[in-house]
Design a protein around this ligand. Structure first.
Ligand code: NAD
Ligand code: TYD
Length: 343
């Protein structure tokens, strides 16, 4: 296997860090550089084990910082850039859209300019199924395909959809070798406690109310994070995937309330902890991915079934209390009070 240098932006966050570990393990002769601004969602403690690997380098910096990005490209001469860096939480985007547009649209633009300038072999944009908007609950026959129109609902998903358009424009206009993956909801280790699954696990462990938005019937299509990493690995190593968009999802649709009940059952906690709260503004009803393209073209299949993945994930949170206790003891308290305090 030839040697490659890959810049992974946002590698101190949830999916990016899982991808860093996945790549370091699978490709012992690759150099992996993580560029991350360490926002509230980035944690250096997450990368502690990676830091011990001599093929890994961490650089603190903002993907919007053109000078820093160019310096890094000059130093490292990367073959591939995988962009995970983003503001990722829908609820925060409703509170502060500006930061989402700045990070999620301008960040990729700066990265792609550098890719263009330094002749990088692949720029991969990590996108989301949320760019397609939502599907109705009463049409289980409908799924998002790569041909589904972009129809984003939240400032978060609108910013991600914009980045996808810019990415494809760089391919068409400048011939930049890009690819895009649009994945469904991920779960697994290092998932930031503000998101549904870790939030419910941690609240249940503290016997705190579990805040379910609206009627709890909104559906998400859950994928174990490692399966997402595998999909990106396949795409970036496939020369025929230049200019392509792939949907990634494992046909695992679940209503939020069923996930919450499952977590309570696993932890031996009572359902009386469930508290219905005011719905999220513009709340997408259902996401569901048709992964036929990545399955037929690249042979990707999800390996972890939800019933196993969720048990593994709960166990991970029980075994890594130090990781999340540190997070929830800081600024997170103010966030939680603001978002849930008056609901
Ligand atoms: P996350 O919020 O856990 O991590 C984001 C990381 O990006 C953090 O480490 C943060 O410090 C870093 N970051 C933010 N702004 C930055 C900037 N300006 N410069 C450099 N670094 C910056 O997010 P996540 O859940 O791991 O999502 C990663 C990517 O995957 C995002 O692009 C997201 O849109 C996409 N995605 C997420 C999911 C999901 O279920 N979480 C599903 C599909 C796609
Ligand atoms: P989230 O993890 O924020 O992911 P996304 O909005 O990107 O899909 O939320 C997943 C689902 O869970 C979504 O329908 C909103 C819902 N939800 C709650 O009901 N309560 C909560 O406290 C949170 C954070 C989410």
């Amino acid at each position: 296997m030839d040697e490659k240098t890959i810049i992974v932006t946002g590698g101190a966050g949830f999916i990016g860090s899982n991808f860093v570990y996945y790549m370091l393990k699978k490709y012992p002769n690759y150099r992996i550089i993580c560029l991350d601004a360490l926002t509230y969602a980035g944690n250096l403690s997450t990368l502690k084990k990676a830091m011990e690997n001599e093929n890994f380098r961490f650089v603190k910096g903002d993907i919007r910082d053109r000078e820093l990005v160019e310096r890094l490209f000059e130093e490292e001469k990367p073959d591939i850039v995988v962009n995970f860096a983003a503001e990722s939480h829908v609820d925060r985007s409703i509170e502060n859209p500006q930061l989402f547009l700045e990070t999620n649209i301008m960040g990729p633009e700066v990265l792609m300019d550098a890719c263009k300038k330094y002749g990088i072999k692949r720029y991969h944009q990590v996108s989301t199924d949320e760019v397609y908007g939502d599907l109705p609950l009463d049409r289980p026959d409908l799924f998002f395909t790569e041909k589904t129109n972009l129809h984003a609902s939240s400032p978060y998903s609108a910013s991600k959809a914009s980045a996808d358009l810019v990415t494809l424009a760089y391919h068409r206009t400048y011939g930049l070798p890009v690819s895009i993956s649009r994945c469904s909801n991920n779960y697994g280790p290092y998932h930031f406690p503000e998101k549904l699954i870790p939030l419910m696990i941690i609240n249940a462990l503290h016997d705190k109310p579990l805040p379910v938005y609206g009627d709890g019937l909104n559906v998400r299509d859950w994928l174990y994070v490692e399966d997402h990493c595998k999909a990106i690995d396949l795409i970036i190593h496939d020369e025929n995937s230049v200019g392509e968009v792939y949907n990634v999802g494992g046909h695992n649709e679940m209503a939020n309330i069923d996930i919450v009940k499952l977590i309570l059952k696993e932890l031996g906690k009572p359902e009386t902890l469930i508290t219905y709260v005011k719905d999220r503004k513009g709340h997408d009803r259902r996401y569901a991915i048709d992964p036929t393209k990545i399955t037929t073209r690249l042979g990707w299949e999800p390996e972890t079934k939800f019933e196993n993945g969720i048990v593994k994930t709960i166990k991970w949170y029980l075994d890594h209390k130090d990781w999340w206790e540190e997070i929830i003891s800081g600024d997170y308290q103010n966030y939680y009070q603001k978002m849930y305090g008056d609901k």
